[in-house]
Each structure stands twice: as structure tokens, then as C-alpha cells.
Design a protein. Structure first.
Lengths: 383, 137
């Protein structure tokens, strides 16, 4: 028995100071229900994914399920920071596969603008090991900058290579009406932008954002009745790495949680990296997309910079990557991101993407990384 | 004596490793060593995960190491605002362990490179707090 994603919804990502988190979630939920052409009464479980610390509400599943009209069905919170909604899909798959549930909604949301930016900065400092690393004043960009620096040293990558990732993603972001940034940028603009944590500059980094994504999953029988060409979950992978740098593999040029997750997903799907037509990569920082190509086996070690140099990850290249604009254009409302990536891939596989479409795409892969590289989630979809 | 004196800001106040603070006070960098498998931990751990044992002893370390990677932080967490920019580095110690630390404020980022020899030294911070940092040899 296979499991299918039969409904997708996403709000526009960006600063949403006009709405509360439950209202933002409602927008994405409505869209997913319309897309699936079901009644919300048919949903027999909801998984509410959000990262902690961004709002004051404890146990948000309570209030979200209530607001969406999903009581008295099963509901609970799930958290894996930036990878929350991808892990939500993994759990939903298991719940359906076991026969325990028939239709499961995976709801991912984040309302980051509820906090002042100084508060967000403080929360971000706690993204690493709070006992041994946060006391040194760490930040999310700093951790990725350590990888960027080590990768540059090892493979001769330059700041221009990283800038090219942002230029590509912003090129596609300009076509995505749901992206936070819908304007193209030049390499010079990236290089001239303010340093956040060198070598990463502000245009190498994704932005904090508000938003929600909703995916509706169901079993094979039901999916076939609902749609002539359902999108199937072919492979799932979830890997982990140590949270602290002390436990990481040297040199800092690979996120081993992603390597592990992709191996699991390819094995389950019985596919090779070369079978993948469209990829959604976790480009929280430009360097993460380059390392991501390599961690997912889409090219050899050190060749990520060649792919970006030769424009091989635009539509029409070796494979298309982040053609919805990626996190760099869309913004990164932490727990909504995985669902947004999968929404993009479902639309690609259905051939319904209005803005940038890979023709006849058969297999698609999403790569969603939690935190500073602790949780790696890979999902392979197929039609 | 408790762990809350560690770092400019500590987020963990209680630990089995409060002895670490005493070593810092004495100007020493200490890790722990698992008596079963011989693995050295720095930052120290009270328990050895792979061996599932608690037979760990304090061990004084040389503090000598090399920079594995580094970054100059311009946008810090709010509590570190007045320190920015400051250099954060991943340092691999001679004895094996890797740790994250900051570089002494007098170092200039343009002089720092991967593979650069450094040594870890205890530092006294304001408000009777203690930490360690890397200094260029």
C-alpha cells in the first residue's frame, strides 16, 4: 500500500503583521482542502508542526486543531525545528501505512514576527548546544559560515560561487507569487551586501518569515479514487548528526545527517540520484545548497561549485534545484518550509506549476535540514 | 560551586561537571577521559555515550590545537551585541577533541587561517564568570 499527497496549500511567505498564527494556518488549510477536494470532516488526524520559542502559546496543536475544526480527531504537536513538517510527513506516512488513520493533515507554521528582532536574534543564539556553545555567542549563520569557510579551503570555492546560488534562487523567486522576495538580484549585489558572519553576507542568507503550509495525505485506494495521477511518496529518509561541533565529522564540508537521510530515501524508493528530475534543497544559506548537491549524491564531492558555475541546476540543466526560489527567496518560516518544498514538488509532478515547470518530471526530491544540521529529512515523490 | 559561572551567559546552571570551573580558576584546561575506552572528551562529559558508562576522570589537557574553521560574527545574539564583531572558531585539540570557542579579541580576522596553531586558555570575565578562549601562538 502506497501513501499519496493529495492536497497542498501554502500561504504567501513574508512578514504577516496583519494576522495571528491560527489565521495564517487557516489560509493554507483552506487551499489544501480545496486542492484535495475533500471535506475537512474526512481528516482523521492532524499533525501540527512548529518550532518552539517563537510564540507564547504552549502546545499550539490544541488551538490550531480547534480553529481548523479538527476536533475531536487525533492531533498533536511535532517539532524538528526547520525540518518539522518533513518529519510530520514521515509520521503521517507511518500512521496511514499502519492502517491507524486514513486521511492525515500535516500542518506546518511559524509566526516569527511576533517576536522583536532582538528577541529572534537571542533565540537564534540558542540553536546550538546551549551548555557548551551558546555561551560563546553562536548564531545560525555562524555555524553555516564555519562550513562555508572549511568548504572554500578544501575545494577552492569562492564567495562568487555562493553568490551564484542566491542569484539563481532569486531568479526563480521572482516568478513565485508566494515568495517573500520576488525580485531578481545580481552577483555584485550579493557580494556587496552586508556581512552577517563572514564569508556569509545578508544575501547569502534566508530571511525570517511568517507563513504556513498544509499537506493532506491518504492511502492508495482513496488516492486513486480522488485523482487519476496521484503523487506518491516513494522514499523517506531521516538522519541525524551531533548538535555540537565537537561531535561533527571533519573537515566541516558535509552534513552527514543529509547523507544518511538521502541513502535511506533512495534505498526505499529504489532510485538513484540520476533518476531525480526536480530537487528542493534546504538553502537556508547559499553554501548549504552547494554542499546539499554533494550530500544528496547529485554530484561528486567538490563538484557542487562546478554545477553552479555551469548553471546546471537551472531548468534544462542536469537537474533543476529550488525553482520555486528556495528558502533564499521564499523566506524561512521554520516549520512551514518542509511542507512548502513538498507542495512545490507535487505541483511540478502534476505539471501544474505555472511559473517554472520541468517538463514530464517523474521523480522529485526534497531535502529539509533541521537546525544547524542535526536533523536531515529527505522525501522522494513520484508519479 | 555550580556550573552557572561558565561563559559570558550561561544557559545551564547545574551539571555534574562543575569541577570544570575549578580547573579554569586554577588556569587549567581540563577534559574528561573514559576509563573504559580511553576516549577523551572536551568539552568534558560526565558520561561516555558509546560505553554507556560513568567511569570518567578529569584529565588536564595541553590546550594546544589547530583552527579547523572560523568566522567573524557581525550579527550576534542580542546579549553579545557589544562584543561584535568577534571571531568564533572550531578548534581541534592535540589530544583529539574538537571544540567551539572564541578567539582573543586582539586577533584580527585577516591574519587567521585554517590550520593555524592556537592554544586554549582560561579567561576571567566580569561578574566572577569564567570561560576559555583561543589565542594565537
Amino acid at each position: 500500500m502506497k501513501v499519496s499527497i493529495v492536497g497542498v496549500g501554502q500561504t504567501k511567505f513574508g512578514k504577516r503583521q496583519d494576522a495571528s498564527s491560527r489565521e495564517i494556518v487557516f489560509e493554507a488549510f483552506q487551499e489544501a482542502i480545496d486542492d484535495a477536494r475533500i471535506s475537512s470532516k474526512e481528516i482523521d488526524a492532524s499533525i501540527i508542526c512548529s518550532a518552539t520559542h517563537y510564540e507564547k502559546q504552549r502546545s499550539p496543536a490544541g488551538v490550531i486543531a480547534e480553529y481548523l475544526g479538527l476536533n475531536p480527531q487525533a492531533t498533536f504537536n511535532l517539532e524538528a525545528i526547520c525540518a518539522s513538517s518533513s518529519v510530520g510527513v514521515r509520521v503521517a506516512w507511518s500512521m496511514i501505512k499502519s492502517g491507524l488513520h486514513n486521511v492525515v493533515a500535516v500542518v506546518g507554521f511559524q509566526k516569527m514576527s511576533e517576536l522583536r528582532s532582538s528577541e529572534i536574534q537571542e533565540v537564534m543564539g540558542l540553536s546550538g548546544d546551549a551548555m557548551w556553545e551558546s555561551p560563546f555567542g553562536t548564531s545560525m549563520p555562524a555555524y553555516y559560515a564555519l562550513y562555508a569557510k572549511a568548504y572554500m579551503e578544501r575545494y577552492g570555492a569562492t564567495e562568487e560561487h555562493m553568490a551564484k546560488v542566491s542569484v539563481k534562487n532569486r531568479h526563480y523567486g521572482a516568478k513565485n507569487p508566494k515568495a517573500m522576495f520576488q525580485k531578481e538580484i545580481t552577483m555584485q549585489q550579493v557580494l556587496d551586501s552586508k556581512i552577517v558572519s563572514n564569508p556569509l553576507k545578508i544575501l547569502d542568507c534566508c530571511a525570517n518569515s511568517d507563513g504556513a503550509s498544509v499537506l493532506i495525505l491518504t492511502n492508495e485506494d482513496r488516492a486513486k479514487k480522488m485523482n487519476d495521477t496521484p503523487v506518491w511518496i516513494e522514499g523517506l529518509g531521516l538522519g541525524s548528526s551531533s548538535m555540537s561541533i565537537s561531535g561533527r565529522q571533519l573537515p566541516l564540508t558535509s552534513f552527514t545527517c543529509s547523507v544518511e537521510a538521502s541513502k535511506q530515501a533512495y534505498r526505499m524508493a529504489r532510485l538513484e540520484p540520476s533518476d531525480i528530475d526536480v530537487v528542493e534543497l534546504h538553502d537556508s544559506f547559499s553554501i548549504a545548497e552547494i554542499i546539499g548537491y554533494e550530500d544528496l549524491g547529485l554530484c561528486q564531492r567538490g563538484e557542487g561549485i562546478k554545477l553552479i558555475d555551469e548553471n546546471q541546476t537551472y531548468v534544462g540543466g542536469k537537474f533543476a534545484a529550488n525553482i520555486d526560489g528556495g528558502l533564499i527567496s521564499k523566506g524561512h518560516p521554520v516549520a512551514a518550509t518542509g511542507g512548502s518544498q513538498l507542495r512545490t514538488l507535487v505541483l511540478q509532478l502534476r505539471g501544474e506549476s505555472r511559473e517554472a515547470q520541468v517538463e514530464n518530471a517523474k521523480f522529485a526530491l526534497s531535502h529539509n535540514v533541521g537546525g544547524i544540521g542535526m536533523y536531515g529529512a529527505v522525501t522522494i515523490l513520484g508519479v | 560551586m555550580s556550573f552557572e559561572r561558565f561563559g559570558k551567559i550561561s544557559y545551564v546552571s547545574q551539571s555534574k561537571l562543575s569541577g570544570f570551573i575549578k580547573f579554569l580558576e586554577e588556569g587549567k584546561i581540563a577534559g574528561t577521559i573514559c576509563e573504559k575506552c580511553g576516549k577523551i572528551y572536551f568539552p568534558p562529559r560526565a558520561d561516555c555515550g558509546p560505553c554507556l558508562c560513568t567511569n570518567l576522570k578529569w584529565i588536564e589537557l595541553s590546550g594546544e590545537g589547530k583552527i579547523e574553521s572560523f568566522t567573524n560574527i557581525h550579527y550576534p545574539p542580542t546579549s553579545f551585541k557589544e562584543d561584535a564583531p568577534y571571531i568564533l572558531a572550531a578548534v581541534r585539540l592535540k589530544e583529539g577533541p574538537i571544540t567551539l570557542t572564541t578567539l582573543n579579541k586582539s586577533e584580527s580576522v585577516k591574519d587567521i587561517f585554517i590550520g593555524m596553531p592556537v592554544h586554549l586558555v582560561p579567561v576571567e570575565l566580569s561578574d566572577d564568570r569564567l570561560s576559555f578562549e583561543a589565542r594565537v601562538k
